[in-house]
Design a protein around this ligand. Sequence first.
Ligand code: TYD
Length: 137
Amino acid sequence: MALSDCVLVKLPHLIDHRGGLAFVEGGRHVDFSIKRIYYLYQIPQGETRGGHAHKALRQLIIAISGSFAIILDDGREQKKTIHLSDPSVGLYVCPMIWRDLALFSEDAVCLVLASEHYDEADYYRNYAEFRRAVDRI
Ligand code: TYD
């Protein structure tokens, strides 16, 4: 559960004259079974998303179209900004990492593969509360 565990994952992809095809298999290209996918799209220019951390959820985030930035924060003064723009690259985000998403291009679509079904109880949406939880680890 450290920033260093949040890594870029190069996904298998095939490109020929017909276009590109990339794929992700649960348990192979991510270390979890994929229970849910969701995607952010038609994001107004200048808008930000995220603004939370998860207690147990693991995710792979892919810029399936366009580009955006993800700011990761471990709650211990360490931050890292990752720019995604390649649909064959995913960012693995482990539990207990605060994330903000910003700088969405007009055509951005953010695909998220998640290890669990949606559960509001798994969220920290308050940064101070997240910091206190990190201190208890
Ligand atoms: P949220 O996780 O805050 O989105 P973002 O990370 O883009 O800021 O979710 C926004 C709303 O959507 C919130 O009311 C919960 C709901 N939601 C679901 O019902 N199911 C889901 O799988 C997700 C990700 C969100």
